[in-house]
Ligand binder design. Structure first.
Ligand SMILES: Cc1cc2nc3c(=O)[nH]c(=O)nc-3n(C[C@H](O)[C@H](O)[C@H](O)COP(=O)(O)OP(=O)(O)OC[C@H]3O[C@@H](n4cnc5c(N)ncnc54)[C@H](O)[C@@H]3O)c2cc1C
Length: 423
């Protein structure tokens, strides 16, 4: 018997998690990525387990999605850090993690197509029947996941950002993002209100003063006060990651050690930065932004249900930033895992899984959809701050007690659900 096949488009955190979940379910999986590396914007991120993301990741682990979390943990440079507005954070090393994720993907037997950009989709009725690569080749599957993210294309960066500054998405080299859902003729909502740059930019660690590099190695986080005349308060409003849009992030340089130095502001003019202590000879990690801002994202929203099925199509699921205005690696992992699992369920003629709202992950997926349907599209949602973390705390969904998370997942009968083969 030929095994059904799931095709995942986009190899960021969401696409990797989706591919792993569909593979764990027992299906053949092809993961298609436009660039020469996995992880998308995860190549410049690094913060995880901060605030409610800890609860969400532990829920995912209890549901059987722990293999990818372990890669993050094994690549961590620092654990249990606090910085303004955030507690119990870990930082993975952005310089080393991609190779480890790639090892996991290949070890699990997923077929990985790098430098393969999907440029079109074939549909018949309510089904996607194939995706077309820029090379002209068509890849056919039984179910599909759109994990293409929301970054760029460069036209958006020119129009809404500081111009295309060759960020980690490297569109000029590999071609811009193409939305699979849009190519399958799904009407996505354009969403100018939500557009924003990332909340951070990256500095070359060996170019900061040695005392500062040493403090970063030891503490993971260093705050350097910014004199009033250099404070860029306007940057707070431009952040896609609103959990870092606090005054402390304008009044200080908040620096995190992710292998690079993660400067928690969308950008800071280089000449001004060099006036600050420890920064006299600093350079930005080009091509990640060059100090002029990067990665304009969230310009569109794909309609979907709580099983992450894209509206109007039976066999297309979405994950990560494509699943709504969700920002973060953790958010990408949890939605990716569910989307990949549900794609596998569809291919096997099983009804999709909807996570109950007794779980933070289930509540997040349903609540964000509701917010978007009510027109709340000027916000980006995350477990780590803003309105959703407030909701987690009020509703009791936020917990750091791992036993409580285990009981919660067991209570809804979902222990290891993502680790069991469906075949
Ligand atoms: C500079 C920066 C720093 C960040 N820091 C953090 C952080 O510290 N912690 C945190 O939790 N979050 C952070 N974020 C946010 C987080 O990285 C993202 O929200 C999350 O990783 C998105 O994952 P994704 O898989 O949905 O999308 P993406 O990471 O955008 O991945 C989408 C992938 O799809 C590929 N793709 C697109 N179109 C096609 C196509 N047509 N064919 C094939 N492939 C295609 C892209 O190349 C890309 O690899 C940061 C974001 C940025 C930009």
């Amino acid at each position: 018997m030929v095994r059904p096949q799931v095709v995942v488009v986009g190899g960021g955190w969401a696409g990797c998690a989706a591919a792993l979940a569909a593979r764990k379910a027992g299906l053949d999986v092809i993961l298609v990525e436009r660039t020469n590396m996995l992880l998308g914007s995860g190549l410049v991120g690094g913060i995880f387990k901060n605030n409610g993301r800890l609860t969400a990741l532990e829920e995912l682990r209890c549901m059987g999605g722990g293999n990818i979390i372990k890669v993050m943990e094994d690549s961590a440079r620092h654990t249990n850090l606090s910085f303004p507005g955030h507690v119990h954070a870990s930082l993975y090393d952005v310089e080393v993690i991609e190779a480890s994720v790639r090892d996991l993907i290949l070890k699990e037997g997923i077929q990985l197509l790098l430098e393969s950009r999907v440029v079109d989709a074939h549909t018949v009725g309510r089904r996607v029947v194939g995706v077309v690569l820029a090379s002209g080749e068509t890849i056919e599957g039984d179910a599909y996941v759109d994990a293409t993210g929301t970054a760029g294309p460069p036209g958006s960066c020119l129009r809404y950002g500081a111009g295309c500054v060759m960020c980690i998405f490297r569109c000029p080299t590999f071609g811009p993002r193409v939305s699979l859902a849009a190519k399958a003729r799904v009407e996505e909502k354009t969403c100018e209100q939500a557009l924003g740059m990332s909340g951070s930019c990256e500095l070359n660690k060996h170019t900061v003063a040695s005392w500062l590099s040493h403090r970063l190695d030891t503490n993971g986080c260093v705050l350097i006060p910014v004199p009033k005349y250099l404070v860029h308060g306007e940057m707070l409003g431009r952040k896609a990651c609103q959990q870092y849009a606090l005054p402390e992030y304008a009044d200080n340089l908040v620096l995190l050690d992710t292998g690079q130095v993660k400067l928690m502001t969308p950008y800071f003019p280089l000449d001004e930065l060099r006036r600050l202590p420890g920064m006299e000879r600093v350079t930005y990690c080009d091509p990640y932004g060059g100090g002029r801002g990067n990665s304009v994202r969230f310009g569109l929203v794909t309609p979907r249900d709580d099983a992450l099925r894209v509206a109007g199509l039976d066999n297309l699921f979405c994950a990560g930033e494509k699943a709504g205005l969700a920002v973060g690696h953790t958010e990408a992992l949890v939605t990716g895992t569910l989307a990949g699992h549900n794609a596998a369920r569809f291919a096997l003629d099983l009804s999709p899984l909807v996570l109950p709202r007794d779980l933070a992950v289930g509540d997040f997926i349903a609540w964000v959809r509701g917010q978007i349907e009510m027109g709340e599209i000027g916000t980006r949602y995350t477990f780590s701050g803003g309105p959703y973390f407030a909701r987690m705390k009020e509703s009791g969904l936020y917990t750091t007690h791992l036993g409580q998370v285990e009981d919660r997942v067991a209570g809804v009968g979902l222990t290891n659900v993502f680790a069991k083969p469906l075949l």
